[in-house]
Design a protein around this ligand. Structure first.
Ligand SMILES: Nc1ncnc2c1ncn2[C@@H]1O[C@H](COP(=O)(O)OP(=O)(O)OP(=O)(O)O)[C@@H](O)[C@H]1O
Ligand SMILES: [Mg+2]
Length: 459
């Protein structure tokens, strides 16, 4: 163990000197003061790893010293030194926040125990401090400015997310695959008052249906054949924090009922138990699916949808915020561990911005990572882009020749639009969501166009 600084607070010279001697031999640096006031002064102005404090001292008592230290330096461990046989006072010491207590006198045969106790207390303090630092870092990692993008579409989404982060509201995050839904969910949690409690993620699509219930709510011993032991579910693990239900659209109707009950009552029963458990969680859900369509198809419960959709946040697809593409590309290039930072040529950047990015930010991130590894030059050029992206971004419309007598452009565009919309609808058997995807339109725009042109499904 590296050298640690220990403060001994004791008005009885004899004991403190004995203790100092024991600990010095183990390699610790020792400072001694003889009353509570001096101890608090010393703690305020020195870096310390442990305080050993006598219980009975004139002036401020040992218990009060510990209580005050715990307020200003919660990670600094304190051990109370008590007179022989004062078991009750020892309990009080623990109640005041002491790590442990040590009985006087320090007999020869207990020296090992004392040394070990001191080492353990110091390590405990270091771990607590480390834990606090990591939590702080984790919080920093999920600040909203980690979500890169200046486009209106992204900024509108972010402003909504910032407003709702530090509330207890249930949030439903929607958006295509790879748009950053999980990133948003993490930012919501780490910018809420629940940030120092756990964020527990459940991917409802990845866990087989028969396991999901026990995964969410836990089970008691013997609940099913292989349940040799009871197990805590994710709701219990998230108690005090946030549960993130990812891919909620994939949850089976059976479980949807149970989830609805937790959302309504904040209570549930573990599998195999009839005892109701209460839980204090904030719920964030996400899906890439169109839940209203799933409701129409009777695959998602409408009542659950309304419970989840208290605050909807829609993460826009990358092709609707192409202004963010250069920022994201540079952000991902900065994150790669190349020796000299690379850049992307203007022509290549234009080409990247013209790509439709069906896999959204994740697809872009993967490509940038690949380019950074494969391209040896400082500048990534057009020629470095893969064929699918490097190909000129054109559309598959056959070239039309302008008739000698000219034409009405509006009328021609109108006809072309009607023809393409009809084809998309026919090809998808009038599934408007899929037709809208084929045409790269959002669903409502397609619905407006269908109405305006009075298109009707074939009877
Ligand atoms: N605006 C952004 N700025 C920086 N990184 C982003 C941004 N959006 C997404 N990313 C990154 O892109 C990747 C995909 O994001 P994320 O996993 O949050 O997407 P998702 O919507 O949950 O996808 P899926 O539906 O496939 O689960 C992650 O590595 C994430 O860090
Ligand atoms: Mg995700």
């Amino acid at each position: 163990m590296p050298k640690s600084h220990v403060l001994i607070v004791d008005d009885e010279d004899l004991y403190s000197r004995a203790l100092a001697r024991i600990l010095k031999r183990t390699g610790h640096t020792i400072s001694c003061v003889s009353n509570g006031a001096e101890a608090l002064d010393f703690v305020a102005s020195n870096s310390l790893d442990l305080v050993l404090c006598d219980l009975k001292m004139p002036g401020i008592s040992g218990l009060d010293v510990v209580k005050q230290i715990k307020e200003s330096r919660p990670d600094l461990p304190c051990i109370i030194i008590t007179g022989f046989g004062s078991a009750e006072r020892s309990l009080e010491a623990l109640g005041a926040g002491a790590y442990w207590y040590l009985e006087k006198p320090f007999e020869q045969e207990r020296l090992d125990v004392i040394r070990r106790l001191v080492d353990q207390a110091i390590e405990h303090g270091h771990l607590k401090a480390e834990n606090r630092r990591l939590r702080g870092e984790l919080k920093g990692r999920f600040k909203f400015d980690r979500i890169v993008g200046k486009s209106d579409a992204l900024q509108q989404m972010l402003s909504m997310a910032k407003k709702v982060a530090d509330t207890e509201s249930t949030v439903l995050i929607t958006g295509e695959s790879g748009t950053g839904k999980e990133l948003v969910a993490q930012s919501l949690h780490y910018n809420s008052r629940r940030a120092s409690s756990p964020l527990v993620t459940v991917n409802c699509g990845a866990i087989p249906e028969e396991l999901l219930e026990s995964e969410l709510f836990g089970h008691v011993k013997g609940a099913f054949t292989s349940a040799h032991q009871g197990r805590q579910g994710r709701f219990a693990k998230a108690d005090g924090g946030t549960i993130f239900l990812d891919e909620i659209g994939d949850m089976s109707p059976n479980l949807q009922v149970k989830l609805l009950r937790v959302l309504q009552e904040r209570s549930y029963e573990p599998v195999g138990s009839s005892k109701t458990r209460q839980v204090d969680v904030r719920v964030i859900a996400a899906t890439h699916q169109d839940l209203p369509v799933l409701i129409e198809e009777k695959r998602f419960r409408e009542d659950l949808y309304y419970r989840l959709n208290v605050v909807p946040i829609e993460v826009p697809p990358l092709r609707r915020r192409i202004g963010d593409i250069p920022l994201l590309v540079n952000h991902f290039l900065d994150g790669t561990s190349g020796e000299s930072p690379q850049r992307v040529s203007d022509a290549a950047m234009d080409r990247l911005a013209a790509h439709p990015w069906p896999g959204n930010v994740r697809e872009l991130e993967n490509l940038v990572e690949r380019l950074a590894i494969l391209c040896q030059e400082d500048e990534i050029g057009l020629g470095d882009l893969p064929e699918a992206i490097g190909a000129p971004a054109g559309c598959a419309v056959p070239e039309t020749e302008l008739p000698a007598e000219g034409l009405s452009l509006n009328r021609a565009v109108e006809d072309l639009e009607r023809s393409l919309i009809s084809q998309a609808l026919n090809r998808t058997e009038w599934n408007k969501k899929r037709a809208a995807q084929l045409l790269d339109l959002n669903r409502t725009t397609l619905l407006e166009k269908i109405k305006k042109r009075e298109l009707t499904p074939p009877s």
